[in-house]
Each structure stands twice: as C-alpha cells, then as structure tokens.
Design a binder for this molecule. Structure first.
Ligand SMILES: Cc1cc2nc3c(=O)[nH]c(=O)nc-3n(C[C@H](O)[C@H](O)[C@H](O)COP(=O)(O)OP(=O)(O)OC[C@H]3O[C@@H](n4cnc5c(N)ncnc54)[C@H](O)[C@@H]3O)c2cc1C
Length: 325
C-alpha cells in the first residue's frame, strides 16, 4: 500500500508544499507517488527522489474527465491512503471528479492534515465563509482525497535522494461520455463575492436604489462583483447575499472600491485583505480614508454615472471603428 499519491497540476509553487504534507503524513518505509499532469511541475521527474518520491507518472493529454478516469484506476491499483492536491481550480476539480468515480471521501480546502494513528487522520478546514473551523477524523484503508491550501503547510525537506521509477502516460483524446458543450458565463456583478478579484461595494452614500443599480452596471462592465454595506442592504438597494462585514460575507479581493461607505469596523471586518483599497467619499474626514490606498473625494453616485457613461462611449467608439475597418 502506498502512503500518498500527490497530484501536481498548474500550481507550480505549491509542489514542494504538497510534498511536505506527504512526507509529514508518511510512515517509515511507506512509498510516495506523484502524478504530474501536463508537465505541471517545477522540477524534472527524476529529481523528485530528493523529496522522498519513489514513483512518478508523467501524464499528458486528455481532458479532465479522462484524467480523472486514469487517476481513479491508478488509485485502485496503488491503493494510497491519501491522495493530495492543491485547492486551486484545475486540481480541485480533478480531485472531486476522481472522488466521485471512486465514491470515496473528498475533503477540499484543508489547512490541517495529520496522521493520528497507522490508519487514522485528522483534517481541518475553514467553513461558513471562514467564520467557523471544522475538524474531521478519518480512519480505515482509504483512500481519502484531500485538496489542501498550500499556504498553511511547510515545504518538503530535501534528503539525499533516491531513484524514482518514472512512467510516461499519454492519454487518448476524450473517450469519456462526459463532454463540455458550452461554457455560459454569468453576470460578473453577481459573481460569488469570495471569488471576486474586483469588488465595487456601495453604502448609504449612494443615496438611492437607482444609483445602486448604476453601481451594479458599472461592476458588470468592469467584470467585478457588487458588494454592499449593511445600511444599503437594510434599505433594500442590494440583496442580503451582497452584504460584506461582520454579519455578512468575508472577502479578499485584489481591488476593493468602497462607494459612499464610512468604514465602520463591522463593515471592514469582512474585508479580510486587499492589494488596493479605493474609497470614494464626499467627506474628507470619512474613517475609510484612513485605510484607503487611493482616496477619491467626490459625490459617489455622480462619479459612478460618469464612469459608466465613459465606458459606454468607449465601447460604442470601439464597435464603430471595428465596423469601419
Ligand atoms: C453587531 C453589528 C453588526 C454589523 N454588521 C455589519 C456588516 O456585516 N456589514 C456592514 O456594512 N455593517 C454592519 N454593521 C453596521 C455598521 O456599524 C455601519 O452602520 C454600517 O457599515 C454603515 O454603513 P455605510 O458605511 O453604508 O453608512 P454610513 O455609516 O451612513 O456612511 C455613509 C458614508 O457615505 C458618505 N457619503 C454620504 N453621501 C455621499 C455622497 N453623495 N458621495 C460620497 N460619499 C457620501 C458619508 O460621508 C459616509 O462616510 C453592523 C453593526 C452592528 C452593531
């Protein structure tokens, strides 16, 4: 029986962290394998020996369904106790599909993973939008498929190295009955707030439902998500699922633009992190300006309208020039 099978895909920087988790949970003498999908690895396969890897599969081609079929058959053959991957889009999807094929346990987004006995593990993960933390105990032969958040783990220690048995696998083009017919993109303003890179959040300073609708259109045009303060939600300008803060959602966008929001602690408690916080407010002493990287002293509803009109004018000019070509 193998201790762990590690899946490496697009998250190159996560490779040594995943190996670190495998090393930490492995019992002496147990083997560790790695499956590298479409060369998604920062190092050559035979160098994995330094990280305690015994066997590596270099998997090329196929789509996520055929890759999941392959992974499932490999897991049946090698019988790893743990299957580990990164909790990022592609590998999380592949791990979930594989778990569905095998009808086995799948734990996404784990920030704790420890072996508690020969055949028992404890896993921990945030839940309820990060407002609670759950721990789960697993025992038995497995496999348990786990998508970990690599930020929470230490990288692998390099050892003297050992020979790695490398297998090259070329998957045929999809043989699976599953087929993606069409990808339909939703309205960006309705994006799940926790996934959004750009959030335009409006508060009481937007002044009216109409102004809030303009803000929603602007968010859509900029491919961002719409957020709101509790006051804006209480006034019926936005739905409850848009509320950010202590009693609303927690978010970590790259850019957060606060429109007519004062910056109360209960609101900012929900803005966990940001690269740029831009605040639009007509009061130079607004508390939010103390946190903002960019302070815009302006009338928020008017500025939203001006920006939306400017974007529409630019869009029309672009379409006309394309037609004229
Ligand atoms: C237990 C508890 C939990 C709470 N949970 C939350 C929560 O989850 N989320 C949340 O948001 N709040 C929450 N609150 C409420 C919070 O304390 C604030 O009351 C709320 O965040 C204020 O919302 P606001 O900034 O939109 O409104 P205000 O505080 O009224 O601020 C409006 C801002 O808009 C500016 N402004 C006014 N007119 C204009 C204009 N024309 N142009 C530009 N700027 C303008 C003003 O200068 C002001 O800074 C909670 C409160 C409690 C007690």
């Amino acid at each position: 029986m193998m201790a762990a099978l590690v899946l490496l895909m697009e998250a190159l920087a996560d490779a040594t962290k995943l190996m670190g988790v495998a090393q930490k949970t492995c019992l002496p003498g147990q083997r560790i394998g790695v499956v590298v999908v479409d060369a998604g690895s920062p190092m050559a396969l035979d160098e994995f020996g330094k990280l305690g890897i015994d066997e590596a599969w270099d998997l090329r081609g196929g789509d996520s369904a055929t890759q999941a079929d392959f992974l499932a058959s490999l897991i049946r053959e090698c019988r790893p106790q743990l299957v580990l991957g990164s909790h990022v889009a592609g590998s999380a999807e592949l791990l979930a599909q594989t778990a569905a094929i095998l009808q086995c346990s799948y734990a996404p987004g784990c920030i704790r993973l420890e072996r508690t006995a020969e055949d028992s593990f404890v896993l921990g993960r945030p839940c309820l939008q990060g407002r609670a933390y759950a721990e789960m105990a697993f025992s038995g032969d497995g496999p348990i498929i786990v998508a970990v958040d690599p930020v929470a783990f230490w990288p692998a220690r390099e050892g003297p190295g050992r020979p790695v048995e490398v297998h090259h696998v070329q998957l045929c083009e999809p043989t699976s009955r599953r087929k993606v017919l069409e990808v339909i993109l939703g309205d960006p303003a309705q994006l799940d707030l926790s996934d959004a890179d750009l959030i335009l959040a409006g508060g009481a300073g937007m002044g009216s439902r109409e102004a809030f609708e303009t803000l929603a259109e602007l968010a859509s045009a900029l491919e961002g998500a719409l957020g709101a303060s509790r006051v804006a939600v209480d006034r019926g300008w936005a739905t409850r699922d848009r509320q950010i803060g202590q009693t609303g959602r927690s978010v970590s966008p790259r850019v957060y633009v606060a429109w007519g929001i004062s910056g109360a602690t209960q609101h900012l408690a929900g803005v966990r992190s940001w690269e740029r916080l831009i605040a639009v407010n007509n009061d130079p002493d607004a508390p939010i300006f103390r946190f903002a990287d960019v302070q815009v002293l302006a009338d928020a509803p008017s500025l939203a309208k001006v920006m939306l009109d400017a974007l529409a004018t630019r869009q029309t000019a672009r379409q006309e020039s394309e037609v004229g070509r």
